[in-house]
Write a protein that binds this ligand. Structure first.
Ligand SMILES: Cc1cc2nc3c(=O)[nH]c(=O)nc-3n(C[C@H](O)[C@H](O)[C@H](O)COP(=O)(O)OP(=O)(O)OC[C@H]3O[C@@H](n4cnc5c(N)ncnc54)[C@H](O)[C@@H]3O)c2cc1C
Length: 380
């Protein structure tokens, strides 16, 4: 295939696509809004699954690089009651299929694997329009434009490419994360470090009110925490997040009765609390084929966070790249093949994400979660 591919967004989905295209000798340009690779901290740890994210890395020819950044031991998992009672404590025995890596390091591997100049930084897309016959024009914030015969929106939740295909827009899911970090936890926050353990920890308020804490032990003894609060957006709007002490105090009031080593994950944070509202596209979001354009990752199927989104974005990117390489003279056949697999896959995962949310916040939580984890255990 000679048609160069225009990719909007240098997240994990767009970069995996660019890399797989490169492996197959297909040229691509990635336009990214952020001014540089270092413009923003890339968030925390991701577990990369052997049934999707790792398949993508294999297609990208980057398994050795991936193995080199895996954080050993981080697949350990604990489930706690809100009073600190340990309900499940599972060691990382090295046999799990979900090794953990830092998102920033994974992204860097992908960036390093692309020819210089593939990613054009500081190119924020402001709009897109159809030119006819499968061609599209992309307009950037500085007023410049490019025209392309193959446009891929990998630009996340608030995609500027999606309107070419669908009227759907993300809607608030009724809950948000409040994100905090504790650094050098073993020495500075030992009780919280012990509660989190060596990998990930979930602490769940029983009785179905939807509050829970997820925390990860990241590299450098950092504890990265997401507190889930099932509150409307205007409840959060009344909190002044520019005043970290006041915001923390208000958030902590929602944790009355929780064990101090768990509330410390919020109240002792070394960083200001960051609000991350959950937005989702409708489960089963899809579109009729429009020549010359498609979507990957969150742009296509934004779901509630359930540890699959980054993995799915990478799988989309790899499968689209492989489909384009397999149909060198027929872009539409490639896009049909890609979308026919992607639509049901992402609908299934979005349904699972909703189910997981129920397990974490239904009236029988956390026991429903424990039952699911027990059912996932290998029997031999
Ligand atoms: C708090 C939180 C925790 C999560 N934890 C996990 C987890 O543990 N495991 C997991 O698998 N998933 C997780 N996810 C989901 C995961 O982060 C996303 O599903 C994944 O990042 C989607 O990748 P993407 O490449 O599609 O989009 P993104 O990662 O959003 O990348 C999109 C890129 O496009 C760029 N962009 C956006 N708009 C424009 C524009 N107009 N012009 C040009 N560029 C643009 C952005 O700057 C960005 O670089 C989490 C999500 C959240 C919010």
């Amino acid at each position: 295939m000679r048609t160069p591919v225009t990719i909007i967004g240098a997240g994990l989905g767009g970069l995996t696509l660019a890399r797989v295209l490169h492996v197959h000798g297909i040229p691509a340009t990635v336009y990214e809004a952020e001014p540089s690779p270092m413009a923003r901290a890339q968030g925390g740890m991701l577990d990369i699954h052997d049934y999707n994210g790792q398949l993508a890395l294999r297609a990208a020819g980057l398994m050795d690089e991936f193995r080199a950044i895996v954080l050993e031991g981080r697949q350990a998992m604990r489930v706690l009651d809100r009073d600190g009672t340990v309900l499940l404590d599972k060691a990382d025995d090295g046999t799990g299929g979900r090794p953990e890596v830092q998102r920033g390091e994974l992204r860097q591997i992908l960036l390093d694997s692309l020819p210089t100049g593939t990613v054009r930084w500081d190119r924020k897309v402001s709009g897109t329009r159809a030119l006819g016959e499968g061609r599209h024009e992309v307009t950037f914030a500085d007023g410049s434009t490019v025209a392309t015969s193959l446009l891929v929106g990998a630009d996340g939740a608030w995609s500027r490419v999606r309107p070419l295909l669908s009227d759907a827009t993300p809607e608030y899911a009724g809950r948000s994360f409040v994100e905090t970090y504790l650094f050098d936890a073993e020495t500075r926050h030992p009780a919280a470090a012990k509660a989190v353990g060596g990998g990930s920890m979930f602490a769940i308020e029983p009785g179905g009110n939807g509050k829970w804490i997820g925390a990860h032990r990241e590299s450098g003894e950092t504890l990265h925490t997401y507190l889930v609060l099932p509150m409307p957006l205007d409840w959060f709007a009344a909190i002044d997040f520019t005043d970290p002490a006041a915001a923390t105090a208000r958030i902590a009031r929602e944790l009355d009765g929780w064990a101090p080593e768990l509330t410390a994950l919020i109240t002792d944070s070394d960083t200001a609390p960051v609000l991350r509202p959950h937005h989702t596209l409708p489960v089963g979001h899809r579109w009729d084929r429009v020549p010359g354009v498609t979507l990957v990752g969150d742009a296509a199927h934004l779901a509630a966070p359930n540890g699959e989104g980054a993995n799915l974005a990478m799988q989309d990117g790899a499968e689209l790249g492989t489909a384009l390489a397999s149909h060198p003279d027929d872009i539409e056949a490639a896009l049909i093949a890609y979308e026919q697999a992607m639509f049901p896959r992402s609908a299934g995962e979005a349904t699972e994400a909703d189910r997981l949310h129920e397990l974490m916040s239904g009236e029988n939580a956390p026991h429903t979660l424990l039952a699911m984890l027990a059912a996932d255990e290998p029997t031999s």
